[in-house]
Design a protein. Structure first.
Length: 558
C-alpha cells in the first residue's frame, strides 16, 4: 500500500473495515449516464472508484444510468466503455445497466404504493413546481396525494401499459412537502416517456427518475460505498429514505468535490453545442476535454491517473489550474517518449563545402531520460531543413541561433556557420548557405570553441512529409464565460488560435512507419502524437503539449 496520507474516503473505509461494517468488503462503481462522452472530470471519479477497489482488494462496477432514452445513444455507451478501459478502470465482467433492473424497480415501486408512501399525481410540470415551493417557502400537498392504494396501483399499472400521454401523470414518493430539503418534497419516481430505449426498445413507456434508480441499482449490485460528487449531498437523505422504506441492502453514499479546470468547459450540454455547431470537429477533437479527445491528442492514461491522484480527494470545491494536467503529461512523456527530429516550418539549408552526393549517418539519443532507450542513426547530407524561426536576418545580441556570420551546433552532427541567405521576389528568405566544420562531428569541437545554440534539423533528401496540427487551449480565458452575459457566454472566450495546421512539415525517416497513437518528443518543439487521420494516407501529428513553460512564452509573444 502507498505511504501517502489517507484521504477522507479512505479513512471511512478503514474505519468500516476495522468495525466489520461490510465484513471487510469494498465494492464501488462508476455510474455514467450515456448522454455524452466522458470528460476529464469523470476521470477523477473513475480513478477514485477503481483505485479504492484495487487498494482494498474489492470490486469495481461500470454501470450505465440509462434511464433517459430521449438523450441516450449506443454511441455514447461504446465510447464510455472504451474510455474507462483505457484509463485503467478494470470492471472485469461487471458491466451493468440501470435498464437491467427496470423490472425489479417497477416491482419495488408497487411495493411502496402498497405501503402507502407513493402515489400517482396528475399535476403537470409547471403545477408541480408551483406546489413544491422554494427554499424560503414550504410546499403544499398535491390534490392527488390522498388517493387510495387501490386507485394508485390501478393508475400506475395503466401508466405502464401506455394509456396516458407523457406529462399526464407521474408516480411520486409521499414524504414531506414542508421539508427544508426540497428533494424530500414528494419527488418524482416515474414519469411517462414514450421513447424507444437503446437497449429495451419499446418495452417500457415509463422510466425511473435518477433519485429512485440510483439507490436501487447500488443495492441490487451490493455496493458498499456509493461515491458521488458534492451536488448529490442534498440528495443523500432521499437515497437513504428510499432504501429504508424498501428494507433492502443499504450502501453508504459519500460525496467529494468534483474536478473543475481552468480554460475549460465541462458541461455536457455546452460540449454538445460545440460539437453540433461545428465549433469543434466532434467529441474527440483534440481541443475538447473529453477522454477520447485527450487520447487522440496523445495524453497518456498514466498521466491522467497521476494528475487525478495529485489533485486529491476533498470536500472543498476548487478550480484546478490546467497547467497541472499538462505538466502531468510532460512528466510522463519526458520519461517515456522517444526523441525524434522534426521541422514544423522548414527553411532550406545548403552546406556549400559538403562533399557532393555524400550521406553520413549520425548517432543521436532516443531518450536521455531512459538509459535503456539507446541511440539511433539519422541520415545527414549537404541539404537540410531547419526551423524557419531559427534564423534571423538581423538577429539581436541574445539570439543564439543562426544569423549571418553566426555559428551553431546541429544536434548530433556538426557546427555550421551561415555565410549567405537567399530571398525570393517577395523578400522572404528561402535558403541559407552555410559551411560546416568537419572536425566537429558529433557536435563537439576539438579546439574547445563553444557555441550557444543547438538546432534540430532533417536531411532534405530523406525527410518524410507530414501534416502537424498545433493545438492550443480552446478558450483564451481562465474562466470561460465569466463576466459575459447571454445564453452561452463561454462562446465569447473561444480562442481563435486554438488550431494551426502546418501542412509542409518535415520529419526524420524513422517516423515513416509510425502508427496512430505513437507518441514522440520532437526535439525543442514539444510532444507530438500520430493522429487517427494518418490512416487515410500521409503522416498527421497532433501536438500533445509544449515543452515546459513554452505555452506562457507563446502567449507573451502574442
Amino acid at each position: 500500500m502507498s505511504d501517502a496520507p489517507l484521504n477522507f474516503i479512505e479513512e471511512i473505509i478503514e474505519a468500516d473495515n476495522a468495525s466489520g461494517k461490510w465484513k471487510g468488503r469494498v465494492h464501488t462503481r462508476f455510474p455514467p449516464e450515456p448522454n455524452g462522452y466522458l470528460h476529464i472530470g469523470h476521470a477523477k471519479s473513475i480513478v477514485l472508484n477503481s483505485g479504492l477497489a484495487r487498494r482494498y482488494g474489492g470490486k469495481f462496477n461500470l454501470r450505465f444510468d440509462d434511464t433517459n432514452p430521449e438523450k441516450e445513444e449506443q454511441e455514447y455507451v461504446d465510447s464510455i466503455i472504451r474510455d474507462v478501459k483505457w484509463l485503467g478502470g478494470d470492471f472485469e465482467d461487471r458491466l451493468f445497466y440501470a435498464s437491467d433492473y427496470f423490472g425489479q424497480m417497477y416491482d419495488w415501486a408497487e411495493q411502496l404504493i402498497q405501503k402507502g408512501v407513493a402515489y400517482v399525481c396528475d399535476l403537470n410540470q409547471d403545477q408541480m413546481k408551483e406546489y413544491r415551493g422554494d427554499w424560503n417557502t414550504p410546499g403544499k400537498n398535491s390534490p392527488y396525494r390522498d388517493r387510495s392504494v387501490e386507485e394508485n396501483l390501478d393508475l400506475f399499472r395503466r401508466m405502464r401499459k401506455g394509456e396516458f400521454e407523457p406529462g399526464a401523470k407521474t408516480l411520486r414518493a409521499k414524504i414531506d412537502m414542508t421539508s427544508g430539503n426540497i428533494n424530500l418534497r414528494d419527488p418524482v419516481m416515474y414519469r411517462i416517456l414514450k421513447e424507444s430505449h437503446h437497449r429495451t426498445g419499446d418495452t417500457w413507456c415509463i422510466y425511473p427518475s435518477y433519485d429512485w434508480a440510483h439507490g436501487n441499482e447500488d443495492s441490487i449490485e451490493g455496493i458498499t460505498h456509493s461515491i458521488c460528487t458534492l451536488e448529490f449531498e442534498n440528495h443523500r437523505p432521499l437515497y437513504d429514505w428510499f432504501l429504508d422504506q424498501l428494507g433492502v441492502h443499504h450502501p453508504q453514499q459519500i460525496e467529494f468535490a468534483k474536478l473543475q479546470l481552468t480554460y475549460t468547459v465541462l458541461s455536457k450540454r455546452n460540449m454538445l453545442y460545440l460539437v453540433q455547431n461545428g465549433i469543434t470537429r466532434g467529441w474527440d477533437d483534440p481541443r475538447m476535454p473529453t477522454l477520447s479527445a485527450m487520447r487522440r491528442r496523445g495524453f497518456p492514461p498514466e498521466a491522467i491517473r497521476a494528475f487525478a491522484e495529485d489533485v486529491g480527494v476533498t470536500k472543498v470545491e476548487s478550480v484546478i489550474d490546467i497547467g497541472r494536467l499538462e505538466n502531468a503529461a510532460r512528466d510522463h512523456l519526458n520519461k517515456h517518449a522517444p526523441r525524434r527530429l522534426g521541422v514544423l516550418k522548414p527553411l532550406k539549408v545548403t552546406i556549400t563545402n559538403w562533399p557532393a552526393g555524400q550521406v553520413e549517418e549520425v548517432e543521436v539519443q532516443n531518450n536521455p531520460e531512459d538509459e535503456a532507450a539507446g541511440t539511433r542513426k539519422v541520415p545527414f547530407s549537404g541539404e537540410l531543413f531547419i526551423e524557419r524561426d531559427d534564423f534571423m536576418e538581423d538577429p539581436p545580441k541574445k539570439f543564439f541561433r543562426l544569423g549571418p556570420g553566426r555559428e551553431v551546433r546541429l544536434r548530433g552532427a556538426y557546427f555550421v556557420a551561415c555565410t549567405e541567405f537567399v530571398k525570393d521576389a517577395s523578400g522572404t528568405v528561402v535558403e541559407l548557405k552555410c559551411t560546416y566544420d568537419p572536425a566537429t562531428k558529433g557536435g563537439n569541437s576539438p579546439d574547445g570553441r563553444k557555441v550557444k545554440g543547438t538546432l534540430h534539423w532533417v536531411s532534405a533528401a530523406h525527410a518524410v512529409d507530414a501534416e502537424v496540427r498545433v493545438f492550443d487551449r480552446l478558450f483564451a480565458a481562465e474562466f470561460p464565460g465569466k463576466g459575459h452575459e447571454g445564453e452561452r457566454p463561454f462562446l465569447k472566450d473561444l480562442n481563435p488560435n486554438s488550431l494551426e495546421i502546418l501542412k509542409g512539415a518535415k520529419v526524420e525517416p524513422s517516423l515513416a512507419g509510425a502508427a496512430a497513437g505513437d507518441r514522440f518528443q520532437f526535439e525543442r518543439l514539444g510532444y507530438f502524437t500520430v493522429d487517427l487521420d494518418s490512416k487515410s494516407g500521409g503522416l498527421v501529428f497532433n501536438r500533445t503539449v509544449t515543452l515546459k513553460d513554452t505555452w506562457a512564452k507563446e502567449q507573451a509573444k502574442g
